[in-house]
Design a protein. Structure first.
Lengths: 443, 417
């Protein structure tokens, strides 16, 4: 029976070629626009570390005080607060991060010195973010306290300087200072680059990760300040906010350090939030803050949403494509109505010959689904074309993340079919209302 | 004459539409949604294009930037000597007109030093936030901006500051826009304002100069730039801004890099990212804005085509349904022109209904979007332009089916199908 309905659908499509082609083209374009936007949206909002994201949290402490721009605390921490949180060890793991840039040299004279970036981090960083090692491993908390001159380098840097050999134990010079390589990372490039996103800037959120990781304390000792600092010189009215020396800079309220904590259970999260509130309360008691505790503890996914990591262009195009599909659906309802009403005589005869209303429903919904299937297949072609040309619309860092896969293609076809069947519901109902006697009489 | 004849048809049109309530409603809804979406999308495109074509106030086509990183181990005095010697070398490169050193450059997308300027030393209200370019007496000539009042820095006024030093200088030069914000009465020249670490005198006013935050969100202070007379002794590095004589900057770039390398190897200049021209920086800084406008325009084009397609489809259906009625009208004396006008008038009525609904929807959508994105309120002429476009589109779309209807011969009235 279903096969018969499909045949009927094809036959009627042949009779009104232009109308059918129009419906299929509309569906294909509507669905393809949606799917291309969705592919970008999916790529830019994906969870960078699905296995752990629910346990990773970002603490924020308001050390700027009330501002006319709202009561959101700064995205990063001041050195004072970061160190206090890190020393307190109230979470099962915690790490401090800031972005650094280094002049890198090796003993190999043939390789020219180059400028490379990376992060200064604390020992827990590697375990917290499931960073894979090719050779060696991270450093110990003890190395942190002793400001050890050890470094973890990326696989890319290892290829460049040590032609991919196990370089653990070798030395490299960072800013002229000798560091012992303690670990070499395997391929690791989370997208977005979530762990230092607030310091690195959301426009760079889809850049590759850096190549050099050294102990946070060592970098502080070398006065490698983050270039991405944010000082409250204009948000508080204190005198002499220009920071005139490194020590004063460390003691200042400038914020520039990303902090992360790992918390396993909701109870731990609540406890940690309580700890943050108490910490800020303590700062208020000793007179550092003149405002009540204002702290946040955001989960990784919430944090990325808060930082608005996903590009504006992607969100907007998702919104507009969805509206486009909606308009296409309204359009298709109209065209399907035209198509089905034109066949009132045929319906009348089928009904007179004993077809039930249910049979008419089945026939026309199958017809809708068939058209949807064809529209969906054309949509797949257009989607692939769109993804192929995505580089023309998005920056290279984003365009390279977007790809088609089986689920996208299946989704395209399903969306087209579902959309057509939904738009065919009302026209089908109208068709099923056809009075057989009336139709036969006038013809 | 034609108009009155069209007007006379309004009643039968309305009566006919009443018999196709759902189909009419669908077109109205479709036109309304199209208008709401298209006018908002095109409005976003327009604001983006205005945003990304803002001038920097500099001679962009002839300026390139060298990001010069320092190898470590140099103290402040060595850095200062290096920068001075580099600048002398750069200014002598053939094809180079002038050069200066700074910590940031226009269209960089970040990097400038934000500084609060106060009018009184004991001011307790929020200081005026502005963006500092470190500069010297060659900065104005290098940037190619115009000094509209006052004087340039003198060579002896240029100092050197490190990243953690106090921000104080006896003199500064500011943009006209910042001057007017600080002193709305236009008396900025020669006045004293307060940097975070001390008083300073405004000695010059620039025609315009955009801060380094091209594509980002600091829009309101983008034109509030300050030239601060100092070389930047950051042990990490410095940027050199270089202006060439001709717009083909390539030869000057390689000559400049050669000159710097001959000066000594205490520097690291990234082979890929180390040199950027301002046109390249513009392209990079506004990449997001460009992709938003391109995407929105493409989607709008598709949207309008879809709507036009829908109108063609439904109108053709109506024409084919009414062949008999058209034949009767023709045989009762209606001309082909009457039939043509009937369908155009009908389309005009339906689209107008959609436009009324669409304008309301467009403003609602604009309000919702304003909450999510930084977007100004949409002026009334945007949806009105959209309405005009849709009227036109509707008339064009119905033209084919209407012509087909006009060609229906009177004889179909008596021919049974």
């Amino acid at each position: 029976m279903w096969g018969y309905y499909v045949t009927l659908a094809l036959r009627s499509s042949l009779r009104s070629k232009a109308l059918t082609a129009l419906v299929i083209a509309l569906l294909a374009f509507g669905v393809a626009a949606c799917m291309v936007s969705y592919a970008v949206f999916r790529a830019t909002t994906s969870d960078p570390i699905p296995a752990k994201s629910s346990r990773l949290y970002v603490p924020q402490i308001d050390n700027f005080g009330p501002s006319p721009y709202g009561d959101e605390p700064p995205d990063t921490l001041s050195y004072t607060d970061a160190i206090a949180l890190w020393r307190a060890r109230k979470a099962s793991r915690q790490t401090l991060i800031f972005v650094t840039k280094w002049g890198v040299e090796s003993d190999n004279r043939l390789i020219p010195a180059m400028s490379m970036s990376g992060d200064a981090v604390t020992a827990d960083f590697f375990a917290m973010f499931d960073v894979p090692f090719r050779f060696g491993g991270g450093w110990t908390p003890n190395d942190d306290t002793e400001q050890a001159t050890v470094a973890v380098i990326s696989r890319r840097l290892n290829e460049k300087f040590f032609s991919g050999q196990n370089s653990v134990g070798h030395e490299i010079r960072l800013d002229g200072k000798i560091f012992r390589i303690i670990g070499v990372l395997d391929d690791w490039n989370p997208k977005p680059r979530f762990f230092d996103v607030s310091a690195n800037g959301r426009l760079n959120a889809f850049d590759d990760v850096g190549d050099i990781y050294i102990p946070f304390t060592r970098a502080i000792d070398m006065k490698k300040a983050s270039r991405y600092n944010n000082c409250p010189s204009y948000s508080t009215y204190s005198e002499g906010s220009g920071v005139s020396s490194w020590d004063k800079y460390l003691r200042s309220e400038c914020v520039w350090i990303d902090a992360w904590v790992e918390l396993a259970t909701p109870a731990d999260v609540e406890r940690y939030r309580e700890y943050l509130r108490n910490y800020a309360g303590e700062q208020q008691r000793i007179g550092r803050f003149s405002w009540p505790p204002n702290v946040r503890l955001r989960k990784l996914t919430d944090w990325l949403a808060h930082e608005r990591v996903s590009p504006k262009a992607s969100n907007l195009s998702m919104l507009v494509s969805a509206s486009f599909l909606l308009i296409v659906l309204v359009n298709v309802v109209g065209l399907m109505l035209a198509r089905f009403m034109r066949r009132a005589p045929e319906i009348g005869i089928r009904r007179a010959l004993g077809a039930s209303r249910a049979a008419i429903y089945r026939q026309f919904l199958v017809e809708g689904a068939t058209i949807g299937l064809v529209g969906g297949l054309c949509g797949v072609v257009l989607t692939l074309l769109g993804l192929w040309g995505i580089g023309g619309f998005f920056e290279p860092t984003i365009a390279r993340l977007v790809h088609a896969d089986a689920s996208l293609i299946v989704l395209t076809v399903l969306l087209a079919m579902a959309a057509t069947v939904i738009s065919a519901l009302y026209p089908t109902w109208r068709a099923a209302q056809t009075q057989p006697a009336w139709q036969i009489k006038i013809n | 004459m034609a108009f009155t004849r069209t007007f006379m048809q309004l009643r039968p049109i309305l009566a006919a539409l009443g018999r196709h309530k759902v189909a009419t409603l669908l077109i109205v809804l479709q036109v309304a949604l199209t208008l709401a979406v298209a006018s908002n999308a095109l409005f976003i495109v327009a604001t983006r294009i205005v945003h990304l074509s803002r001038p920097t106030g500099t001679d962009e086509a002839r300026i390139f930037v060298i990001r010069n990183d320092w190898k470590s181990g140099q103290n402040a005095a060595q850095l200062d000597a290096n920068i001075r010697a580099d600048l002398v070398a750069l200014r002598h490169v053939s094809g180079v007109r002038d050069a200066f050193s700074s910590e940031a450059f226009p269209l960089e997308g970040g990097g400038g030093i934000p500084v609060g300027l106060k009018l009184k030393s004991d001011q307790t209200t929020r200081p005026k936030l502005s963006l500092v370019y470190l500069a010297d007496d060659h900065a104005i000539d290098t940037l190619g901006t115009l000094l509209v009042a006052g004087r340039n820095f003198r060579p002896d006024e240029i100092t050197a500051i490190g990243p953690y030093d106090k921000m104080s200088a006896p003199v500064i030069i500011i943009t006209r826009i910042l001057a007017n914000k600080l002193f709305p009465d236009g008396s900025a020249l020669g006045r004293t304002v307060y940097l975070p670490d001390g008083p300073t005198t405004i000695i010059g006013i620039l025609a315009s100069l955009q801060g380094p935050y091209a594509g980002s969100t600091t829009r309101s202070i983008d034109e509030d730039s300050v030239l601060f007379p100092a070389r930047y002794l950051d042990p990490e590095g410095v940027v050199y801004l270089v202006r060439t004589h001709s717009t083909s900057v390539k030869p000057a770039i390689s000559a400049a890099l050669k000159a710097l390398h001959e000066r000594g190897d205490e520097r690291l200049i990234d082979p890929k990212e180390g040199v950027i021209t301002l046109p390249q920086a513009r392209e990079r800084g506004y990449a997001t804005d460009r992709s938003v406008s391109l995407l929105m325009s493409a989607l709008c084009g598709l949207l309008l085509m879809a709507t036009a397609g829908g109108i063609v489809g439904l109108s053709s259906f109506w024409v084919s349904q009414r062949r008999r009625q058209i034949g009767i009208r023709r045989s009762l004396g209606a001309t082909a022109g009457d039939i043509l006008r009937y369908f155009h008038a009908e389309n005009f009525l339906i689209v107008s209904g959609g436009i009324v609904l669409g304008v309301v929807l467009a403003f609602l959508a604009n309000l919702a979007l304003m909450r999510i994105y930084e977007l100004p309120r949409m002026p009334l002429y945007v949806p009105l332009l959209g309405a005009l476009l849709l009227w036109l589109l509707g008339q064009l779309a119905v033209w084919g089916p209407a012509r087909y209807a006009a060609r229906v011969p009177p004889v179909v009235a008596i021919r049974s199908e």
